[in-house]
Design a binder for this molecule. Structure first.
Ligand code: FAD
Length: 385
């Protein structure tokens, strides 16, 4: 397995303990959770007790006190192990950082330790039935009435949506405005009325991870739950945090690519065709060489993005490049590896078939790959004199 440039003995120990947790607490239940389309609620508490929630959040708020590399190690290993049910990369890698970066001191102390223990499960609700990529067109509104917001609207495709009880909800506080009318309001779902969960949606892959619809009918939330000091900051906050989400997606995609190559190496070495090992055939060797090259290039670029992120210097174009290129490459690699498995590649009892199901979404979420290219092109335009 490729070692990232930033890997050290402490991170290796963390990776091994995360792997043991996934082997004992997630994998044995994966099939059942896949059928019920959600993990058992108690596994969140177990993950909290094992130190796998909020690893990159400061210790004073109950987190692990680590940095982005600790997060990537934990999330990538989960992708590699094919046990996606626990939506931790979203909970710990994204939602917890919105709270740490933009909430008041009192809110951080109230919410983050409970996120680290698993008592609170985080969600981030942007996408609506009518709009996803075009975030400025969302229609969920938050109207101020006294010291409360009255919220109306609907969200869909929300990760952890049937479980989350702390949701960063993206709303329009000024429907007349585009990006400047967007704010994020934190909803403690256990404390509000007018909040309703819809269907948990059946998906192509990631069956054990819950993805749901949410509805808000005159839902009242204290104005104090606005994220940030004033309204209209939501879009800026999202832009600031989306880079981290994109690198996380790329890193998880790389982990899946590596697993696909490992599985296919073993399979082709043992499979006999026309009197020889499938691995001995030139087509197999060349295809696997191409796959490995893509994984190596992806790894090198992700390492560069991780280094920039740790220095607080990750630019949007680099994050977008990592996201689109690595997830596209992952799609190609996993597809080739399915082909090299023959019919077995289409059977869900083989890990490669489940990888094929799970990685398709990487090119769509965290900003579609088309949107990534648009963002890179906007950056390019600035070079025109
Ligand atoms: C499993 C899963 C989990 C998800 N989790 C969450 C979550 O936790 N929270 C959340 O808010 N959302 C979540 N989403 C939603 C996801 O972020 C959106 O599906 C995604 O952003 C795309 O939006 P859309 O589905 O509305 O597609 P659209 O925006 O309608 O896009 C349709 C197609 O048009 C293309 N397109 C759009 N605009 C342009 C353009 N300007 N130029 C060129 N092409 C364009 C897109 O690339 C795409 O190919 C999840 C989705 C899935 C499937």
């Amino acid at each position: 397995m490729r070692q990232p440039a930033w890997m050290d003995p402490e991170l290796e120990t963390l990776r091994d303990s995360a792997r043991r947790f996934y082997e004992t607490e997630l994998l044995p239940h994966e099939e059942r959770w896949g059928r019920q389309q959600v993990v058992d609620r108690e596994v969140w508490y177990k993950a909290g007790a094992a130190g796998l929630l909020c690893p990159g959040i400061r210790e004073e708020y109950g987190g692990g006190g680590g940095n982005f590399t600790h997060e990537i190690v934990i999330f990538s290993e989960q992708g590699r192990m094919l046990c996606p049910g626990l939506g931790n990369s979203l909970h710990s890698g994204i939602v917890a950082h919105y709270i740490q970066n933009f909430a008041t001191e009192e809110q951080k102390r109230e919410w983050l330790p409970r996120m680290a223990s698993g008592e609170l499960v985080g969600g981030l609700a942007m996408t609506e039935p009518g709009t996803g990529s075009d975030l400025q067109s969302i229609r969920t509104t938050a109207r101020r009435e006294g010291d409360e917001y009255v919220i109306n609207g609907a969200k869909t495709y929300i990760t952890n949506g049937s479980t989350a009880n702390l949701i960063c909800l993206v709303v329009k506080t000024d429907p007349e405005q585009g990006a400047r009318g967007i704010s994020i309001v934190v909803v403690e779902t256990d404390k509000v009325q007018g909040f309703r969960r819809g269907r948990t949606l059946a998906k192509v892959g990631l069956h054990s991870q819950d993805t749901a619809e949410l509805f808000f009918d005159d839902m009242r939330v204290p104005c104090a739950n606005l994220l940030g000091p004033q309204e209209g900051q939501g879009f800026r906050q999202l832009m600031k945090e989306l880079g981290r989400e994109r690198v996380i997606t790329a890193a998880m995609s790389l982990a899946c690519m590596e697993r696909a190559i490992d599985e296919t190496l073993q399979f082709t070495a043992n499979r006999k065709v026309f009197g020889q090992s499938l691995m001995q055939m030139q087509n197999t060797r060349f295809k696997l060489a191409e796959c490995e090259t893509k994984a190596a290039l992806a790894g090198a670029f992700i390492d560069q993005c991780v280094a920039k992120l740790l220095q607080g210097k990750l630019d949007n174009a680099s994050a977008s490049m990592a996201k689109w290129w690595v997830t596209d490459a992952c799609g190609q690699v996993v597809d080739e590896c399915v082909q090299l498995h023959g019919g077995a590649g289409y059977m869900l009892e083989y890990p490669i078939a489940r990888l094929y199901q799970n990685v398709r979404i990487h090119r769509i979420l965290a900003g579609t790959n088309e949107i990534m290219k648009e963002l890179i092109a906007r950056d390019l335009e600035q070079r025109v004199v």
